[in-house]
Design a protein around this ligand. Structure first.
Ligand SMILES: Cc1cc2nc3c(=O)[nH]c(=O)nc-3n(C[C@H](O)[C@H](O)[C@H](O)COP(=O)(O)O)c2cc1C
Ligand code: SF4
Length: 394
């Protein structure tokens, strides 16, 4: 999906991340800012939900820091960072300024995917409109699934390929923070931790940007409260357009869940854990009855195999073998492969892909016999899950 969809639709609760009228940043010192972020309970919005204050404090301790604003969003099913940077780049820049103040950085690099020229131009224009006394640059990276993994991003920004390494950026004074996380820093610096905690739940506070597509009337990106029931959230996207078979929660590193098991759960990691799911970067795809979850998952498994950075054996050989086994519905082979692939490799790519494939086999088990008999119930349905197309690593 290369173009930014027309997305900012105002729900009953006003969107604060996608609105560009927050005024100047307050002049707080680094200790006061860090204390406020710690009190807010903000966690990273890039997928792993790591406590932001902990990472800021760790990088500040190393010294000689730089900030990398991660707006790469290499997952083709996710649009939220592109929408944020397109609709409100100043808030993400504010957050990068706050982060730089806390970790003592003089340099900030925004990284965005290469295909999205509109986002790049919008960010560059926003930077030209302001002066923060920092060295702020924008770099483009290849639109590959793993290019936004933080060590891959760092490798690319240092002139190498956009492939993961064993380096942990924060140990070297590099703060890599998702742009939505940064936008939240900009808001918390202005309005405080108490204000941030007015939305969301006590354990998972705040709002999040969600990308929703599949069987909803208005696919796109909206800001919603953590803890909102998923069924209610789908109403904000115009409601369902077909009977829902399953929901992919958390994008291509995520988990398929049967629709009746997930629609009445609140949108939090705590609530999703018992059904084996987590929010990740909050991409949700509603699969309509009539589309084939096995066929959809086999296409994505093949795509994820092709997105391996080609460096670690379990990933290079395991992911194509897994895609073959899913296409052939060789469940014994899938069962044997899973422990040989998951948890291996230099990054979480094989683990995420294994989780996705395992959930497909579980949730779409009723399709398996039909496929073995040569009948796919969704053969006539157009593809639901989008795939990326870039072949570059540099
Ligand atoms: C394969 C892979 C791809 C990733 N892609 C992205 C991405 O596109 N954008 C992003 O912000 N984080 C991505 N991450 C997570 C980053 O490594 C990193 O944890 C994140 O940018 C940290 O920001 P946060 O703490 O604000 O969430 C990816 C991780 C993995 C394992
Ligand atoms: S696990 Fe796969 S994607 Fe990750 S570094 Fe190794 S080869 Fe690359």
């Amino acid at each position: 999906m290369s173009a930014v969809p027309a997305v900012e639709r105002w729900g009953a609760t006003p969107s604060r991340l996608l609105r560009a009228d927050h005024g100047p940043l307050p002049r707080l010192g680094r200790a006061a800012l860090l204390a406020e972020i710690e009190a807010s309970g903000l966690t990273g919005r890039g997928g792993a939900a790591f406590p932001t204050a902990v990472k800021l404090a760790a990088v500040a301790r190393v010294g000689n820091a730089v900030v990398v604003a991660n707006g790469t969003e290499g997952e083709p099913a996710s649009w939220k960072d592109k929408v944020l940077l397109d609709s409100n780049p100043h808030l993400a820049i504010d957050g990068a300024v706050v982060a730089a103040r806390i970790v003592g950085a003089r340099r900030v690099t925004f990284a965005v995917g290469r295909a999205n020229r509109a986002v790049l131009k919008r960010l560059q224009r926003a930077l030209a409109e302001r002066s923060d006394g920092l060295d702020v640059v924008v770099e483009t990276v290849p639109d590959r699934f793993v290019a936004g993994e933080e060590s891959a991003l760092l490798n690319r920004l240092n002139g190498g390929l956009a492939k993961p390494t064993m380096r942990k950026p924060y140990e070297h004074g590099v703060l890599v923070q998702n742009v939505e996380t940064l936008a939240n820093l900009g808001l918390i610096a202005r309005y405080g931790a108490g204000w941030f905690r007015q939305r969301g739940t006590a354990y998972e506070p705040g709002t999040v940007l969600v990308t929703v597509h599949g069987a909803v009337r208005n696919p796109g990106v909206l800001e919603v409260d953590l803890g909102m029931p998923i069924r209610e959230m789908l109403q904000r996207f115009g409601g369902l357009t077909a009977f829902p078979h399953a929901v992919l929660v958390g994008g291509y590193f995520g988990t398929w869940v049967r629709a009746h098991d997930v629609l009445d759960l609140p949108l939090t990691n705590t609530a999703l854990a018992p059904v084996g799911a987590s929010l990740g970067a909050r991409t949700l795809v509603v699969l309509p009855q009539g589309a084939c979850g096995l066929a959809e998952s086999a296409r994505v498994a093949r795509y994820l195999a092709a997105e391996s950075a080609g460096q670690c054996g379990p990933c290079v050989f395991g992911l194509p073998a897994m895609a073959d086994a899913l296409e052939m519905l060789d469940l014994d082979r899938l069962r044997r492969l899973a422990p040989q692939v998951s948890g291996r490799g230099a990054c979480a790519h094989p683990t995420g892909a294994t989780r996705f494939v395992a959930s497909a086999v579980d949730v779409f088990s009723d399709e398996i016999e039909r496929h073995r008999a040569g009948r796919c119930s969704g053969a006539a349905h157009p593809p639901v899950l989008p795939l990326g197309a870039s072949r570059e690593w540099r």
